[in-house]
Design a protein around this ligand. Sequence first.
Ligand SMILES: [Zn+2]
Length: 393
Amino acid sequence: MAEVENDAQKLALATTNNNNEVAPPTEKKVKKVVRRKKRPARPQVDPATVKNELPPQTGTIYNVWYNKWSGGDREDKYSSQTKAPNRCVISTDAGYTRADAHPGTPFCLYFARGICPKGQDCDYRHALPGPYDIPPQNQDCFGRDRFSDYRDDMGGVGSFSRQNRTIYVGRIHVSDDIEEIVARHFAEWGSIERIRVLNSRGVAFITYTNEANAQFAKEAMAHQSLDHNEILNVRWATEDPNPMARKREARRIEEQAADAIRKALPEAFVAEIEGKDPEARKRRKIESSYGLEGYEAPDEVHFARGANAVNPRGREGYELENEQRLMLEAAEDAQAAEEALYEQQQQQPEPEKGGILSSSTLAALQSAKVSVASKPKAVAPAGPLVAYDSDSD
Ligand SMILES: [Zn+2]
């Protein structure tokens, strides 16, 4: 009994010893390189609570084809007193949807309003417009048609005749920190260029860097509250009457267009036409003459890049690739030839062994250049040389 206990103690001791020896505390931090996968979009409202009901009467005429009211004002006195049912939170709600497989798909209007129940199954994008998400001129970032003129109340989709990056926000609760509050709430919808707050009147003008963000913000903040449970009145700002501001805006639009063009053209081309590369002109003259005096290849030839380009620079990288391919093919050919030769040798009839004549006799006869019946027939040389071996003449 005592022995058994002893044994058990020994065993316990052994295991603890083992444990001490084998397992020094390993606090090695394994740095995992995990490529952050974009998460799926989150349904913003419970799909079960969404009823397929007619849109609330917000106009004077109901258009059965478009399933909406017209002739009235959605942001009228009645509806603008009703707070929006939910609000989009970019940090938790945004994510990929089906639309991410198709570049250029508009953003989800219901996502912006915080009420899209579809999550990742939505056919529109659940994200904030980026600097290069520029919708077509006649549409807003939600894919809605724009009109030539603004609505009288500056609400709605807006106009395509003027790039408008500024939204008007009214009915803000007036407080001492109104500027901070406005900046905090509106910064969520994109990069802001300028905010003007008319403190005493509870009105703010927010100018976004990109028009698409202004469109998004206008929908996202309509009938929302800031910090004081107010119900905001969000509209398009009217054009700044200040001539300096107009000039500035015109120049900005030009720059934006130039930027888009720059992005679409090869870097070398842009550097040259903008005169950023002083040597480019000289180099171009030499390079694109192809040794012909006075000749200069046109832009589309000189700047062409790829396998089909005719200029040497445009073919850079492609030549090498082609050469390597040819070498590879040559190597394959050589191998194939070797294999064919080997097969041929295998098919040759082997010299008979153990025949009437011993191998030593055969060798002797061969050296004596006497033709022997059992000697393997010489293989007819393969290839084009056959023709020259004819003994017909
Ligand atoms: Zn959606």
